[in-house]
Design a protein around this ligand. Structure first.
Ligand SMILES: Cc1cc2nc3c(=O)[nH]c(=O)nc-3n(C[C@H](O)[C@H](O)[C@H](O)COP(=O)(O)OP(=O)(O)OC[C@H]3O[C@@H](n4cnc5c(N)ncnc54)[C@H](O)[C@@H]3O)c2cc1C
Length: 349
């Protein structure tokens, strides 16, 4: 049994703590729960196959992570008897016209050969989009991926914390003390990685999401929507949705919502849901942590210091699997992912 200290209890730290306890280690986790932590603001979409991003290391990580999700969630929910907000109702990617739809369908359906967990991949006419998501406008055709899912970041983190503590882990709310030399310290500090004076260099993007309620006579459960551009719409509760997101690179940790972003997101919500009255619930702001090449860093800084950071825009998808793999590495066990791919050195200046 080894002794570990984890700094940071967002999804990265909570997942690692949970998995380390399964190997029987002694683990203490410190978390400040800073305002704007990415895990609480997250939309929680798990649908990596539709991305146009070409980075192979990233794609390998997130697709293996999506494959791990269902078994991970069912074990965690069984162990804790807590909800994580995980639902697998598929995901629709919208396209601006039929020509682009054809290209999108060909690109996405090809991925299925290596990812059977995508389930059915279907081309949807405008009418078929509306049948699957009656609140949406009927302006765009889409591609439906049956395996698309979503999870609620805060609930998932709380379930991981509950299992971690039940298994003997110590979760301490507050600032982490200076690291001792009788144990390995793991930094999973998200955007606050800028406070560490060792690599990887972490920067962050501030993103805002609008949560709103739709007036409708009945409750219809809907798939995740990857709308045009970087916009997505996810169901958050009975006739409650979140639409996002705005992106801005910043060094600030001010999480107060901006009036301009609120107007922009509200306008989009009205455009995508034109037939329903909409009431605002709240704006959420989160700081997405990025490292080099938008690729997570998972590895040792020195033999007593390990870092998991830079989870970026797909951290809620990736973190359960990263936690499992990193816990195996830290336990001296073989991993199914080659973690050398994610412990890259910073380029020399
Ligand atoms: C608006 C938004 C939408 C998103 N949508 C999606 C999505 O749809 N799908 C997806 O897969 N991902 C999504 N993400 C990304 C995902 O949420 C993040 O990648 C992930 O939550 C990062 O987790 P983390 O644990 O690294 O960081 P965080 O969740 O930010 O947690 C870091 C924690 O470390 C603590 N901490 C830092 N320093 C210290 C210290 N010295 N002592 C004690 N505690 C400390 C902080 O207080 C904080 O609680 C989204 C993110 C945002 C912001």
């Amino acid at each position: 049994m080894e002794k570990f200290t984890i700094i940071g209890g967002g999804i990265a730290g909570a997942s690692l703590g949970y998995h380390l306890k399964q190997h029987g280690h002694s683990v203490t986790l410190y978390d400040r729960n800073d305002a704007g932590n990415a895990t609480e603001a997250s939309a929680g979409i798990i649908n990596p196959w539709v991305s146009q991003r070409r980075n192979k290391k990233w794609y390998r990580l997130v697709t293996k992570a999506a494959e791990y999700y269902p078994s991970f969630i069912s074990r965690l929910e069984r162990e804790t008897e807590l909800e994580t907000g995980y639902t697998q109702r598929g995901a629709i990617s919208l396209f601006k016209d039929d020509e682009v739809l054809e290209l999108g369908f060909n690109r996405i359906s090809k991925k299925k050969a290596d990812a059977p967990e995508m389930g059915e991949v279907l081309k949807l006419s405008r009418e078929e989009v509306k049948q699957r998501h009656p609140y949406l406008n009927d302006s765009y055709p889409g591609v439906y991926v049956e395996g698309g899912a979503q999870v609620k970041g805060a609930l998932l983190r709380d379930a991981l914390k509950n299992a971690f503590v039940s298994n003997g882990g110590e979760w301490i709310e507050g600032e982490a003390p200076a690291p001792g030399d009788d144990h390995v310290t793991i930094y999973a500090t998200g955007a606050w990685g800028v406070e560490q004076d060792f690599g990887p260099a972490v920067r962050h993007q501030r993103s805002e999401v609008l949560h709103f309620k739709v007036e409708a006579p009945e409750v219809v459960h809907t798939p995740v929507v990857m709308a045009l551009g970087p916009i997505y719409i996810v169901e958050m509760g009975a006739n409650e949705f979140a639409i996002g997101t705005t992106h801005i690179d910043t060094e600030s940790f001010d999480d107060s919502p901006s009036e301009e972003n609120h107007r922009y997101l509200r306008g989009l919500a009205e455009r995508y849901f034109p037939d329903h009255a909409i009431t605002d619930i709240k704006m959420m702001t989160g700081f997405k942590p990025y490292a080099r090449d938008h690729l997570p860093f998972i590895g040792y800084h020195d033999d007593r210091t390990f870092v998991i950071n830079g989870l970026g825009a797909t951290g809620l998808t990736a973190a359960p699997y990263i936690g499992r793999e990193a816990a195996r590495l830290l336990s001296g066990l073989p991993t199914s992912l080659d973690l050398d791919d994610y412990s890259y050195m910073e380029p020399e200046n």
